[in-house]
Design a protein around this ligand. Structure first.
Ligand code: 5CU
Length: 396
């Protein structure tokens, strides 16, 4: 373990290994990497909301560039380590960034095998990076969600054998063997996913749940599609709503009761769940279709209980108000874990220095200290202690 008295652990920090970038560079539909004559860096185009800007840029070289610059911060281990050092982060729990392997084809047997092989190769890459930096790096593995269930279960077995794996990063699409995630997977409330969730619980691998699909572009209106509001609406609102809906569906389907050993860590402080859990509970209690339908006569656990028993939230919410709400929803600071979302949200604008201090990181760290008390035990737990305990960092 690091020698610091209070380690700072970043549990929300992404990377794209080179084999993943190679895959994106050979694609013509999102997610993709593309070079434009007017940009020194290739552009990384991930989200459905970025398609209109991509089409404009392809038609008109003077149009604003789509997506985001693919800088070394997305791909380079030395950039990750330098970022950690710049921000006083002692340990990072890396994860592949969205959309993980959701987009791999699922058609024939060869394609299905390909998904399993790709996951194996990416997970081995993360393990090698962590092994080369003992005590500094751990990772959440990636699952081949478009592959048949047995291939996913094999990937979980592989991950449970990797010394630095501490869970899996998962999107909200669920099993996607019927057409790919972009076409809409069956979601995390699909009973067919239960064996996968049981396997993760048995292997003591928590799920780091992260959004990617957001909400349909139409929700944000034509001015957003025209690029007038940048990425703000899909990222600030679409992402958190996606997480909220996914977990609410799991709750309504009884997934948490069916898999009581399942541990989830929700990105972006649980979307809007801490704020809306009361409303969800009230809607359940007042819905004639649900009242009195508790399974096997057992009392239904409330969403509040699930939040306090099976769910942790990251602290990537950028404000004291959001952080306090997240802490209260989970019954205290013990269920929150600091994160940065690096390499997303770098400094922008004139004079921006990606190798300097990132405001996005400062805001998240400040929120923890303001909400829980500068120098308090609670703040130390959120900044690192909880991750060390829950993810069994530094234990063989
Ligand atoms: O800026 C973005 O689009 C993103 C993203 O795609 N994934 C993420 O984790 N944060 C921000």
């Amino acid at each position: 373990p690091p020698q610091q008295q209070h380690p700072v652990v970043d549990i929300h920090t992404h990377m794209y290994p080179s084999e993943y970038i190679d895959m994106l560079s050979s694609r013509t539909t999102i997610p993709l990497v593309r070079t434009f004559p007017s940009s020194p860096d290739p552009r990384l185009i991930l989200l459905e909301s970025e398609i209109p800007a991509l089409e404009r840029a392809l038609a008109d070289p003077s149009a604003p560039l789509p997506g985001r610059p693919l800088t070394s911060h997305f791909t380079s281990l030395s950039a990750k380590l330098a970022f950690m050092s710049r921000h006083g982060i002692s340990t990072s729990v890396l994860s592949l960034a969205n959309p993980w392997l959701d987009f791999l084809p699922t058609g024939d047997d060869k394609e299905k095998e390909e998904a399993g092989r790709t996951a194996h190769c990416i997970n081995a890459s993360f393990e090698a990076m962590c092994a080369a930096n003992p005590g500094k790096l751990f990772f959440f593995g990636t699952l081949p969600v478009t592959a048949p269930r047995q291939t996913i279960l094999d990937a979980i077995t592989h991950l449970s054998e990797l010394a630095h794996c501490r869970g899996v990063v998962l999107g909200t699409s669920g099993l996607t063997s019927a057409g790919g995630a972009a076409a809409g997977g069956s979601g995390l409330d699909d009973p067919a996913l239960l064996p996968v969730l049981h396997a993760l619980a048995d292997a003591e691998l928590p799920v780091f749940l992260h959004p990617h699909y957001g909400l349909p572009n139409a929700v944000f209106g034509p001015r957003s599609s025209a690029g007038e509001y940048g990425h703000v609406l899909p990222l600030a609102l679409g992402f958190p709503m996606e997480t909220t809906v996914a977990v609410a569906r799991m709750f309504l389907a009884g997934v948490f009761d069916a898999v009581p050993g399942l541990v989830m860590i929700l990105a972006h402080s649980g979307g809007t769940l801490p704020f809306l859990a009361g409303r969800i509970e009230s809607c359940v209690a007042h819905d004639a279709a649900l009242v009195g339908k508790d399974k096997d006569g057992k009392r239904r656990r409330s969403l509040w209980e699930v939040l306090r028993e099976q769910i942790y939230l990251d602290a990537v919410i950028y404000s004291e108000v959001g952080l306090k709400t997240a802490a209260e929803a989970g019954g205290g600071a013990e269920r929150l874990m600091f994160g940065t979302d690096h390499p997303f949200f770098p400094p922008v604008g004139e004079g921006a220095d990606a190798d300097g201090e990132w405001e996005s990181v400062r805001l998240n760290a400040e929120a923890v200290h303001k909400a829980l008390g500068d120098g308090s035990d609670e703040a130390a737990l959120v900044m690192g202690g909880n991750a060390v305990r829950v993810l069994r960092l530094y234990k063989a």
